[in-house]
Design a protein around this ligand. Structure first.
Ligand SMILES: [Zn+2]
Length: 626
């Protein structure tokens, strides 16, 4: 009796200590809980704040002159309780300067003299701009007068840069089709846990941006079209009546409207015939703006109802050259994506008025925009579009810090890419693509860099270690959690996270704790194992033992990841049975688990198949009866 009681106590204590075990929290993030800007239930804390700004930008691009000029006024609001003396200013395009730190090398066509700042004013007074030559994409602006809490500062910049001949995330697509992104000096994020984001932009690590209000005017020569983030102001001043009518119609119809064709542009009667047309776009509380221009791209437009309750429509637009045959289908792919993401996963109504895919180079997302390459096979055109459109939710709607925690956006875009793909091209093809592009490189490579914990800051990683952590491993982590909780509960948790944090700056802990809170389960055992450890996927069958009711199968978790798995049982009468095991089998003992096969029949063999949860060593995945 005593022994019995004692062992109960021992078991209880060990279970409690296991489940109550908190996740590793870096010291800077810990401070946010002390200051109550964040909360351990996963909600924004009662003292949560974030800074914001109003950007008014004019950019003049007059091809064939590659020199682009910009001027802007930034009104930056300090909502923190800190006095700000030296804001970090991001000059992303200095990545093109010789000597700038980059993830990869740069050929001569990529190099430019970077962003040349011609004039700076602070609160209306001229300000000497001294760049530290050792820094490239981040400079410090030491304010003449500190910015106190709950006050604002007006900063003005005049600058110029040469558009890159070689196209990366931005640059020239052809001599008269340019993708304009990262083009303006901006105040870096100052947040509640890491302060100023003084991280260099080295290309691979993408965004961390505040939610700002933008008014951007792109000046281009007549007969040029401009596509971009935000609402085009006064289109009647830019587009001639016939094209204005088609443009407007595209916002209200399911039909694909060929708003402008290459032939129309050749007649030079599409735009107003001013020497230069200023295309003004506005957007509120959005993390960034990007634009594409061309004098010969076709322009398709259509729209789709994304919210059945309110009848909200979102516009789908494509801009592309005649040579990109696959892009004539693009508008339909976009429409399907906008509708599908709104109504299935994540099941949150598409948050913007439109989405434009511009035929470019990088397969890169910007708010309401994607710069996508043309593909020979439309399956890939669609695949890339779906991935980039998934990014409209993560990171843009959610405001995650993808420079530090890339798995919070790429992991989701990759998981969503599989979920929409299953619906679009079928389970088998979607999973085949997912395994090929997202899983096999990780699981098939035994090197140490592949097993670095996902939580490792992305900016401290490179190459495959960064890529696999962000995309495949991150996505599988979310999908394994979906398997553990079931679709209904998983969606409840995911939507609660999105509802709590959209338009803010969630950390991974805000995400993990929201799931714990909403599911009313302590899931730290799973998060620790999947996101904070060096684990990989390798499950093994230890043995199968005959029992009174059938067989007991003992599984070893060699790699340690709590992955779901299908156990396929083949009986001696040639019938088979599939027993799906969720990651829950690894909660009590992360190293070993048992599966009971209830049967009166004789089992001839058992095998494990993780599906997309590919196993590093399949030689230990089967068992044969005698
Ligand atoms: Zn992505």
């Amino acid at each position: 009796m005593l022994k019995y009681t004692l062992s109960i106590i021992v078991i209880l204590t060990s279970i409690i200590s296991l489940s109550a075990q908190d996740l590793y929290i870096p010291r800077d993030v810990q401070k946010a809980y002390v200051k109550e800007t964040r909360s351990k239930d996963g909600k924004p804390g009662k003292n949560y704040w974030q800074n914001t700004a109003r950007y008014t930008i004019t950019l003049t691009a007059l091809p064939p002159d590659r020199n682009i000029k910009g001027s802007e006024t930034i009104v930056y609001f300090n909502n923190s309780n800190d006095t700000l003396r030296a804001p970090a200013i991001k000059l992303f395009l200095n990545i093109h300067k010789p000597g700038a730190p980059r993830d990869q090398g740069a050929g001569p066509d990529y190099l430019t003299s970077g962003m040349k700042i011609n004039a700076v004013k602070v609160n209306g007074a001229s300000f000497p701009w001294n760049e530290n030559p050792n820094f490239f994409t981040v400079q410090t602006l030491r304010l003449p007068k500190p910015l106190v809490p709950h006050d604002s500062v007006k900063i003005e910049f005049d600058w110029q840069y040469e558009i890159s001949l070689e196209s990366g995330r931005e640059g020239m697509i052809d001599s008269t089709s340019w993708f304009l992104a990262y083009f303006y000096p901006r105040v870096a994020v100052f947040d509640d846990y890491a302060g100023w984001d003084r991280m260099n932009f080295t290309d691979g690590k993408e965004f961390y941006s505040d939610f700002n209000d933008y008014t951007v005017t792109i000046n281009v020569p007549k007969n040029y079209l401009v596509w971009g983030t935000g609402t085009l102001q006064q289109p009647e001043k830019i587009l001639q009546p016939e094209y204005l009518r088609k443009y407007r119609e595209s916002f209200n119809t399911d039909q694909v409207i060929r708003i402008v064709t290459k032939e129309d542009l050749a007649k030079k009667l599409v735009t107003a015939q001013n020497e230069v047309n200023g295309w003004t776009f506005t957007a509120k509380q959005i993390p960034d703006m990007a634009f594409g221009i061309s004098d010969h791209y076709n322009w398709d437009g259509s729209s789709v109802i994304v919210d059945n309750i309110t009848g909200k429509r979102a516009s789908a637009q494509a801009a592309y050259s005649d040579a990109a045959k696959d892009f004539s289908y693009q508008t339909e792919f976009i429409k399907h994506s906008l509708w599908w993401f709104s109504n299935n996963w994540p099941g949150v109504v598409y948050p913007y008025e439109k989405l434009t895919v511009y035929q470019g180079f990088a397969d890169m997302e910007y708010p309401m925009m994607a710069n996508n390459s043309s593909q020979r096979d439309t399956t890939f055109t669609r695949f890339v579009a779906e991935h980039e459109i998934a990014h409209m939710y993560m990171p843009f709607y959610m405001g995650t810090n993808e420079t530090r925690y890339g798995f919070m956006d790429e992991g989701w875009a990759t998981a969503l890419e599989l979920l929409i793909g299953r619906d679009g091209v079928g389970n088998e093809r979607a999973e085949q693509l997912f395994k090929m592009f997202r899983v096999s490189n990780w699981i098939g490579d035994a090197s140490q860099s592949q097993d670095i914990p996902i939580i490792t800051p992305s900016n401290d990683l490179n190459g495959a270690a960064m890529g696999n952590n962000e995309y495949g491993k991150g996505a599988l982590g979310y999908l394994a959690m979906k398997d553990l909780l079931g679709d209904e509960e998983f969606k409840l948790c995911l939507q609660a996270y999105m509802n709590r944090w959209h338009g803010k700056h969630p950390t991974p802990w805000d995400f993990f704790y929201t799931f714990n809170d909403v599911s009313e389960k302590n899931l730290n055992w799973f998060w620790s194992s999947w996101f904070f450890s060096n684990n990989y996927i390798d499950l093994a069958i230890k043995d199968a033992v005959k029992t009174k009711t059938g067989y007991t199968l003992t599984l070893d978790n060699v790699g340690g990841m709590p992955a779901p798995v299908d156990v396929t049982v083949i009986y001696d009468d040639s019938t088979t049975e599939k027993l799906h095991q969720s990651p829950a089998i690894w909660q009590k003992n992360p190293k070993q688990s048992t599966v009971n096969i209830k049967t009166a029949k004789k089992v001839s063999s058992v095998s494990l198949d993780g599906g997309i949860f590919m196993d590093a060593d399949t030689s230990n995945n089967s068992w044969k009866g005698k």
